[in-house]
Each structure stands twice: as C-alpha cells, then as structure tokens.
Ligand binder design. Structure first.
Ligand SMILES: NC(=O)c1ccc[n+]([C@@H]2O[C@H](COP(=O)([O-])OP(=O)(O)OC[C@H]3O[C@@H](n4cnc5c(N)ncnc54)[C@H](OP(=O)(O)O)[C@@H]3O)[C@@H](O)[C@H]2O)c1
Length: 302
C-alpha cells in the first residue's frame, strides 16, 4: 500500500517535470535562425548536380586529411581548409577528383566564417561540414599563464562554435545537411594534464548534443555527429605509442575508416575506435577518489 502511494506521488511529479522540461525547451532552447542576408542562401547557390559536397576544416594533416581523401574517393566534391595552404595544395594534387582549398584560421572567427561562406558559394552548395581543428598543439598546458592555454579556447570553443553555427544556418535554410564535429575522450572527464583542452572538448560534445536535440525535437532532417577519438596516431611527427600513459593507440587509417563509416551511418556519437565506448560508459560510474588514484598512477590514466 505504502509502495503504491509512493508510485502515485511519483507519476504526477514525473509528468510535471516532463511538462516543465518541454515548456523550458519551447522557450529557451537554441533556435535555428534563417540564414542571414550576408550568408549564402542554399537556393541562391546550389547548382544543378547530384554530386555531394563536403567541406573539411582542419584538413591539412591527421584525421581531417585522411577523411578528405576518403570522401573524395566516395564521390564527394571536397573543400579543404586549414592554416597551412602549402599542405592543402599537396593534398589537392594527391586527390584526382575536383577539390577546393582555402586558407583559414579558426581562431579568427569572423574571417573564418567569411571564408566558409565563400567556399560554400564557390563549391555550389554543401551537404556535409566536418570540423576537425584543434588548438592543442599551440598550447602549453603545463604553464600557469592562462594565455598559454588560449589557443584551445579560441579554436576548439569559439572557432568551433562559429563555424558549426554557420554551417547549421546554411543547412537550416536548405532543409537538410550533416554537421560533424570532433570532440575527444579527454572531454568526458576533467583531465589533469590538459584542463583547458579537456573543458574545450566537453564544450564540443555538449554543443553538438544540444544542436542535435534541437533538430530532433523539431523533426528537422539535419544530422549532427560527434566524433570522439581516443589516442590516434594521426601525425607523422609524434608516435603516441611512445608517449608515456598513452594506451589503445590506433593507427590513422583504421581510425579514419571508422570515422567515415560513422559519418555514412549518420551516428550521433562515434567513439574512435569503438572500444573507447567502454571507457565512456565506465567513467561516470567511477567515484572521483578512485578515478584520481587510478589516473595519477603511471600508465593508469583515462
Ligand atoms: N589524434 C588524437 O589522438 C586525437 C584524440 C582525441 C581528439 N582528437 C581531435 O581530433 C581532431 C583531429 O585531430 P588530429 O590529431 O587528426 O589532427 P591535428 O594534428 O590535431 O590537426 C588538426 C587540424 O587542425 C588544423 N588547425 C589547427 N589550428 C587551426 C586554426 N587555428 N585554424 C584552422 N585550422 C587549424 C591543423 O592545420 P593547420 O595547422 O595547417 O592549421 C590540422 O589540419 C582534433 O579536433 C583533435 O582535437 C585527436
């Protein structure tokens, strides 16, 4: 009887909570504005071709570079952006199909979105936007000067948001599209060795999740994928298998193939490679004292 009473109390509370949540979402959730007049409208620029178009930002090296090649091989017209235009020119020569390149600095968001909009216009439209940039390598997280961590905030937070929002505005105007953003396993928990990077990647995941929820709740056929890699040997100059505390290091080709599949399947969140999903599931269950005890041990960190 006592149990039944409790259930009777809980049910209206749940209904009330869901109602309040719905009302809150209806009023405060992120809206998808129509493309502004200085942005290219899909109607104005989409050229009459069935060939799909993708832009990869952060395409000069690593996963963005390899993904650009896979997309081109899959029949996409690919646009590639990053700061090092000479590297983009090299990749352009390696890809036999039609490609576009643009020099872009995501830490300068106004300029970066202008370049993105120009690229969309030049390419005649956009189906897929991939943001694979990071300011990680321009930071020194061991330095207590806050400015030494600034690149991840300008690139992985502000730049990421500005570019993603601009892409979504274009997709909202044309009524379809697919946004893919790179977060990291480091965003799942506060990582002691790189606090600003960890926080920035948490931002990427939560932001993508919020946009996805908004689109799902409004039944808009625009897809949002969060690519969440663990350790990937993505750069020619650093071998993560030799880095202390790194584990489950994946080769670039294996990681990129999984990313490509996740994009094709329009997955919500893709852990790269899939076994990191176990870590993602486990982390919220581990009490903080145990996490810190394990994480501080050589070879024991998540
Ligand atoms: N590799 C890993 O183990 C790992 C693990 C977890 C998450 N991730 C994430 O996965 C994504 C790809 O990483 P990756 O390791 O393949 O490549 P990466 O070596 O970190 O390079 C990322 C790309 O970002 C570009 N970039 C950096 N700063 C930029 C800026 N200010 N404006 C425009 N482009 C900029 C770089 O090109 P330029 O220098 O030419 O501009 C490069 O093309 C990143 O978001 C990274 O945080 C990587």
């Amino acid at each position: 009887m006592q149990k039944r009473k409790k259930i009777l109390l809980i049910v209206p509370m749940l209904i009330g909570f869901l109602g309040a949540l719905h009302a809150l979402n209806a009023h405060s959730c992120v809206l998808l504005p129509k493309a502004k007049s200085n942005q290219p409208t899909s109607e104005a620029i989409t050229r009459g071709t069935t060939q799909k178009r993708a832009i990869v930002i952060g395409a000069s090296i690593g996963m963005g570079r390899e993904l650009s090649k896979l997309l081109a091989a899959d029949g996409y017209i690919v646009g590639m952006a990053a700061r090092r235009i000479s590297l983009l020119e090299k990749i352009q020569q390696e890809i036999p199909t039609q490609t576009y390149i643009a020099q872009m600095d995501a830490s300068k968001p106004d300029e970066a979105i202008d370049k993105l909009n120009t690229m969309i216009k030049d390419m005649g439209g956009l189906d897929l936007l991939v943001i694979a940039t990071t300011g990680f390598w321009d930071c020194d997280f061991s330095d207590s000067d806050w400015k030494k961590s600034l690149p991840v905030l300008t690139v992985d937070v502000v730049g990421f948001f500005a570019l993603a929002r601009t892409g979504l505005n274009f997709f909202a105007d044309q009524g379809y599209g697919h946004l893919v953003g790179f977060s990291s396993i480091d965003g799942l928990h506060g990582v002691a060795s790189c606090p600003a990077y960890s926080a920035s990647k948490a931002f990427c995941s939560r932001y993508l999740e919020a946009e996805r929820n908004n689109l799902i709740q409004k039944n808009i056929p625009i897809f949002v994928t969060d690519i969440c890699p663990g350790f990937v040997n993505s750069r020619g100059d650093i071998d993560y298998t030799k880095v202390p505390l790194a584990y489950w290091v994946e080769p670039l080709d294996k990681a990129t193939k999984e990313i490509f599949e996740a994009i094709k399947n329009k997955e919500h969140i893709a852990y790269i490679t899939k076994r990191w999903q176990k870590v993602a599931a486990l982390l919220p269950l581990i009490p903080n004292d145990l996490y810190n005890a394990l994480s501080a041990r050589p070879g024991g960190g998540f």
